[in-house]
Ligand binder design. Sequence first.
Ligand code: QAP
Ligand code: CO
Length: 171
Amino acid sequence: MIRKIITYPDKRLWQKSKDIINFDETLHQLLDDMYETMINKEGIGLAAIQIAVPLNVLIINLLDEESKTQKKEDLIEIINPVITKKSGKTLFTEGCLSVPGFYEDIERYKQISVAYCDRNGNKHEKEFEGLLAIAVQHEIDHLLGHLFIEKLSYIKRKKFEKEYKRLQKAR
Ligand code: QAP
Ligand code: CO
């Protein structure tokens, strides 16, 4: 089922999400709905709070380099993530389904290691780099109640607020 994505300035986006305790059918349904919703909106990453569910669940599905399309076999499901290592810095122009139509350069760690569970509750610890590392950090920020626009300089944030309000009125 496709669910509604909540957008800035919805206050629920500032909520801190809670850990998953039961790796049951309800979680599997949530993950499947998140996937359907993300694909429908042409996103490459989604956190559960973006569909108003405050649980530590995120998904990422980057484009395949060869075909430039999203392949479901590349889908990554991350539950109860904890960043255990971080190194380097990198810049990338980010966007967010909850802040539609706005893109800006954001600094992130270049490489991270993350301890997390899969949909069956099995534990993993993996190193991410490149766009995946950026996407994982962006989505973990959602779980902590943060949006990428908080990382903007004062001037750029002001410009964003003005532009975004103008965009909202035009919708
Ligand atoms: C998070 O972002 C991300 O404004 C996922 O109109 C960000 O899927 C991962 C989107 C940066 C890696 C690098 C945004 C779609 C999708 C929009 C997204 C829009 C339509 C954003
Ligand atoms: Co986002």
